[in-house]
Design a protein around this ligand. Structure first.
Ligand SMILES: [Zn+2]
Length: 496
């Protein structure tokens, strides 16, 4: 069993539900202008559900080619909505990616993930703040202790439910918040006259993995003892480079992971059902992830020390009532998009203020006017590495994860990826840069042309300029953290 990689996208037949087609007659733009100004409009802005399934790599999702029926709820949304085949996160880890998703800003704009900054600044104007100003009731339900007030993510939410790292550890497992129950409770007390914005982070696919009673994704014949050996306990991020597991344990880890993916998808079904019971026909649903996960590629597990495709490419589906009325007709969109585009799109849908919000409105700007380069950053700053870092130094600073790594692994120091699809330049503070070709492997019968040298030179120059502006590779003192934030980072394995 393998996580199947998605081959070049193929056309798919789209079946749209009759209800969706009927709702397509609503012209949301007209209603939005009047709502909240005169109160005379019968068509208020749509309610919005934004779900992040944390750590969900795109090819773990059935709609992206995984053949194991891992995500029936996501797939049903993709059948009726728009599936983005090349959606990219701006970083390989939770906090910077959520900062961009929830503000519409680039990493350079909000600064989270650079120079040791891991808290969203108060000055950042969030999606929730803008929607609340537009008259929305706003609520967040987070299973991830990093998506919390301590990291600046409660800005703009009337209601914010999260289990702290301490509570999760006391409960002995992750995801102790019952998202669906908490959402149902909140829905009972809300004002039905106002649209809502509900944000959810589902944490199941983030390791450590639960050992579930039923998991059809484990390799046939896997005993409970074998599965137990590879679940929880040791963090997978400690099993990299020389410690990378063999193929059989890797298959078990993949199976455990897919069991978690399926669990998150079941919660998504519960969330959708709870919202549908609200008689809310005018609902926009977006489901995505903040980053992917490695399963042995580049001798890596987990999602640290990497700007590779496996951690940057994420699933993204947009499902909503005005799709039929909008200018986007294709249901499967291959144009590369970024997580920050989601904010711009939802604000556009809501008729809310978009001043200072970058990105594209995916409903109307299907193709950017000029090629857009996608930037993703992993800053190593929080590890407080000494300037002359090496394997022995790793032991000195107790960097347990990377003690088995050598220079060929390119896991030390700041790194950045600049992508103009299908080409990418990976820039490293401590290694020479590398060119990545994201096209499917060439056939011997049809060799493909090499990447254009002038394009690669432009991407390389852009990487150098970004690195200089963001002071990548410099020894910048990290921003001080509250004890709560530090504990949350430690409990999730980001710092030792
Ligand atoms: Zn995450």
């Amino acid at each position: 069993m393998k996580l199947e990689t998605l081959p070049s996208p193929s056309p798919r037949t789209i079946r749209r539900a009759a209800g969706i087609r009927a709702l397509g007659l609503i012209l949301p733009g007209l209603g939005l202008l009047a709502w909240g100004c005169t109160g005379a409009s019968p068509a208020p802005p749509p309610s919005i559900l934004l779900v992040v399934i944390d750590t969900l790599r795109a090819d773990a999702v059935s709609a992206y080619g995984n053949g194991l029926d891992t995500t029936p709820t996501f797939d049903a949304l993709a059948e009726e909505g728009q599936l983005y085949t090349r959606a990219y996160a701006p970083s390989p880890w939770t906090v910077p990616s959520h900062a961009s998703l929830l503000t519409g800003q680039t990493i350079e704009d909000h600064g989270v993930g650079l120079s040791g900054r891991v808290v969203l600044p108060k000055a950042a104007r969030t999606l929730a703040e803008r929607l609340r100003d537009r008259g929305y009731e706003t609520a967040a339900f987070s299973e991830n202790a990093l998506i919390s007030e301590d990291f600046g993510f409660s800005q703009g939410f009337d209601h914010f439910a999260v289990r702290t790292a301490e509570e999760q550890m006391a409960a002995g497992k992750k995801g102790t918040i019952d998202v669906v129950d908490e959402l149902r409770d909140w829905l009972q007390g809300r004002d039905p006259q106002r649209p809502f914005f509900v944000f959810v982070n589902l944490y199941d696919p983030h390791e450590p993995y639960e050992l579930r009673d039923v998991n059809p994704f484990l390799p046939a014949g896997t005993s409970t003892a074998e599965a137990k050996l590879h679940k929880a306990g040791g963090r997978t991020s400690h099993l990299i480079c020389d410690r990378i597991p063999g193929e059989n344990p890797l298959e078990i880890l993949r199976g455990l992971y897919l069991g978690e993916v399926a669990s998150a998808d079941r919660k998504l079904a519960g969330i959708r059902a709870a919202l549908e019971a609200q008689d809310e026909p005018n609902l926009v649903t977006v489901v995505t992830s903040d980053h992917g996960e490695h399963f042995g590629e580049h001798r890596l597990l987990d999602h640290e020390f990497s700007v590779h495709e496996e951690v940057l490419r994420v699933p993204l589906v947009v499902h909503g009532p005005s799709l039929e009325a909008g200018p986007i007709q294709a249901a499967r969109i291959d144009e590369p998009v970024e997580l920050r585009d989601v904010a711009r799109t939802l604000l556009g849908w809501a008729g809310a203020d978009t001043a200072g919000v970058g990105g594209r409105d995916l409903r109307t700007e299907t193709v950017p006017p000029a090629p857009r380069d996608l930037i993703a950053v992993y800053s190593d700053n929080r590890m407080r590495l000494p300037p002359a870092f090496d394997r022995d130094a790793a032991r000195e600073v107790q960097d347990f994860k990377r003690q088995g790594c050598g220079d060929a692994d390119r896991v030390f120091g700041d790194m950045l990826a600049v992508t103009r699809y299908p080409f990418r330049v990976n820039w490293y503070a401590r290694y020479p840069s590398e060119v990545v070709d994201l096209r499917p492997p060439a056939q011997a019968s049809a060799p493909r042309p090499p990447p254009p040298p002038e394009l690669i030179a432009a991407l390389r120059a852009q990487a150098e300029q970004f690195a200089a502006r963001a002071r990548l590779g410099e020894d910048v003192a990290p921003e001080p953290l509250s004890p709560e934030s530090e504990e949350a980072l430690r409990s999730l394995g980001y710092i030792d």
